[in-house]
Design a protein around this ligand. Structure first.
Ligand code: AVJ
Ligand code: FE
Length: 445
C-alpha cells in the first residue's frame, strides 16, 4: 500500500512538472512582455493573467487548503479570482508582470513539492460519505487538470491572436485514410452506467454513477469533417432558416456567420487561419471552431440530430459484451498516441479515422481527442450531485446557459479528459476547439 502511495506521488510530481512546462511554453517562451500583457480578444484574458492564475489556484488549494500552510500572497487572490474580474477587465488590473508571475509560480511549486512529500493520499474509507481533499490524491489531480485547462484556454487565445506565428508546429502528415466500413453504428436499447463514484481524477460534476436507460439510436463513427461541412455551406445551409433553431437563427443573423470561425472563402476554395498561418482547409479533418448552433443546424440539414450527453457517453464507454462502462473507449489503458490525438502534440485535429485503435467496442472512433463534441444536453448536475470542493467549479454554471461538450480536443491533456469528463460552454462560443458528430433515432430510416 505504501509503495502504491509513493508511486502515486511520483506520478503527481511528474504531472505537475509537465503542466508547468506547458504553461511556460505558451507564455514566457512564446511572446514578449507586451504580447503577454495584451488582450488579444475581449473573450480572453491576457496570457499573463492565466499564468499567475494557475499559480494562485495552486497556492490556494495545495498550500493553504491541503497543506495547511500560511498564505504566500493573499494580497493577489482578488486579482486572480475569475468571478471578481470578468475577462474583459483583466488587462487593466495591476497584474504581476511576466517575470514576477514566473517567480511566484516557482515559489508556490517549491513549497507544494514539500507538501506532497508529507501528504497522506490514502482513501479515507472510514469517513463514509464525506469526501476529503486528499482522498486518492484528488486535490493534486484537480490542480494538475486546472492548469491544463488554462493551457487549452491559452491556446484559444493564441489562435485568436493576430500577427506572426509563434508556436512551433510539428510536421503534420496529410494522408488519405480509407473511409470506415460503417458511417454510423447502432447502439441497442438498454441500461448503462453513466458517471463515476470512484475515479480519483473525476470532478464533482462527473459523479455520482447511475444506471441510465436509453432507447436504441444510431451514432456517427467519426466526427463531421470539413468536407462534409462544406457541403452544408454549399447547399445554402447558412441562408436557410429551416435548419436553425430560433436562438440559432438569431445568433447566425446577428453574427452574420457564413462558415466556422477563422474560415475565408478563396477563389480556389476555403482557407483558414491557424495559429497565424493561412492554409487551405484539409477536407478530411474534423471541423472545428463551430458553435453549438452551427452544429445543430448541420445535423438538421443532414437529417440527423446531435447526440445527447448520455448517448455520447454510452457510445464512449459501454461494452456490449460485458455490460461494463470503461474509462476510455478502448478500455482502461491510459491514452497514448496510438489511441488518440491529445496533449497539443499537433496544433490541430488528426484526419477523421486516424486512430482506429482508439475505437470503442461498438466501433465509434475519435471520441477522445481531436475536437470537443457538442451534445444536445444543457449542463446540470447529475441526480445526487454534491459540489466538491467548491461551488464555483461547476454548480454555479447550472443555470440553463451552457451546453455540454465531451471527449476533449487535440489541445486537451490526457490527464484532463476521460469518457466521464464534462466540459461546458455557451452555445454561441466557437473560439474553443469544438466540433461534433451526429446521431439519429432508431426508427428514422
Ligand atoms: C471546465 C473548461 C469550463 O475554463 O472555464 C478553469 C475550467 N475552472 N478554472 C473553464 C476552469 C476554473 C472551465 N471549464
Ligand atoms: Fe481557473
Amino acid at each position: 500500500m505504501n509503495q502504491e502511495h509513493e508511486r502515486a506521488k511520483e506520478r503527481i510530481a511528474t504531472e505537475l512538472d509537465h503542466s508547468r512546462h506547458r504553461s511556460n511554453g505558451l507564455t514566457l517562451d512564446a511572446l514578449d512582455d507586451e504580447g503577454l500583457r495584451a488582450q488579444h480578444s475581449p473573450l480572453m484574458s491576457p496570457l499573463v493573467w492565466d499564468l499567475a492564475h494557475v499559480g494562485n489556484y495552486e497556492e490556494q488549494w495545495l498550500l493553504r487548503a491541503a497543506g495547511g500552510r500560511e498564505a504566500l500572497r493573499p494580497d493577489i487572490d482578488g486579482l486572480y479570482d475569475a468571478f471578481e474580474n470578468p475577462r474583459s477587465d483583466r488587462p487593466s488590473l495591476p497584474l504581476l508582470d511576466p517575470v514576477e508571475a514566473y517567480e511566484y509560480n516557482a515559489r508556490v511549486r517549491r513549497e507544494v513539492l514539500d507538501v506532497l512529500s508529507g501528504a497522506d493520499l490514502g482513501r479515507a474509507e472510514e469517513t463514509a460519505g464525506e469526501r476529503s481533499l486528499l482522498d486518492s490524491g484528488f486535490v493534486f489531480h484537480m490542480v494538475i487538470q486546472h492548469e491544463h485547462m488554462h493551457d487549452e484556454t491559452m491556446l484559444a487565445t493564441h489562435q485568436l491572436r493576430r500577427g506572426a506565428p509563434v508556436l512551433l508546429e510539428p510536421a503534420r502528415r496529410v494522408r488519405s485514410l480509407k473511409p470506415p466500413v460503417h458511417e454510423e453504428v447502432y447502439v441497442p436499447p438498454g441500461t448503462f452506467t453513466m458517471g463515476t463514484d470512484d475515479d480519483p481524477w473525476a470532478f464533482d460534476n462527473e459523479r455520482p454513477a447511475r444506471g441510465i436507460h436509453l432507447d436504441g439510436y444510431w451514432i456517427d463513427t467519426r466526427p463531421v469533417t470539413n468536407a462534409a461541412y462544406m457541403d452544408f455551406i454549399d447547399d445554402g445551409g447558412y441562408e436557410n432558416r429551416r435548419w436553425w433553431s430560433k436562438d440559432g437563427w438569431k445568433w447566425r443573423t446577428k453574427k452574420k456567420a457564413f462558415a466556422p470561425a477563422f474560415w475565408t472563402r478563396e477563389p480556389q476554395g476555403w482557407s483558414r487561419r491557424r495559429f497565424g498561418r493561412q492554409e487551405m482547409l484539409p477536407p478530411d479533418e474534423p471541423v472545428q471552431h463551430v458553435s453549438f448552433f452551427e452544429a445543430q443546424a448541420y445535423a438538421a440539414w443532414a437529417g440527423k440530430r446531435l447526440p445527447s450527453e448520455a448517448e455520447w457517453e454510452k457510445a464512449a464507454r459501454w461494452d456490449p459484451a460485458t455490460g461494463a462502462s470503461h474509462r476510455y473507449p478502448w478500455g482502461e489503458e491510459e491514452p497514448t498516441s496510438r489511441h488518440a490525438n491529445l496533449g497539443q502534440r499537433a496544433l490541430g485535429p488528426a484526419p477523421a479515422g486516424r486512430h482506429p485503435e482508439g475505437a470503442s467496442p461498438l466501433g465509434v472512433q475519435q471520441l477522445i481527442g481531436d475536437v470537443w463534441e457538442w451534445t444536445s444536453t444543457t449542463f446540470h448536475g447529475y441526480p445526487g450531485f454534491e459540489a466538491f470542493p467548491y461551488r464555483e467549479y461547476s454548480e454555479v454554471f447550472f443555470d440553463d446557459g451552457y451546453k455540454v461538450l465531451r471527449g476533449g480536443s487535440w489541445a486537451t491533456h490526457p490527464t484532463a479528459v476521460r469518457s466521464t469528463f464534462r466540459n461546458w460552454d455557451h452555445p454561441i462560443r466557437r473560439q474553443i476547439f469544438s466540433g461534433f458528430r451526429c446521431a439519429r433515432n432508431a426508427d428514422d430510416t
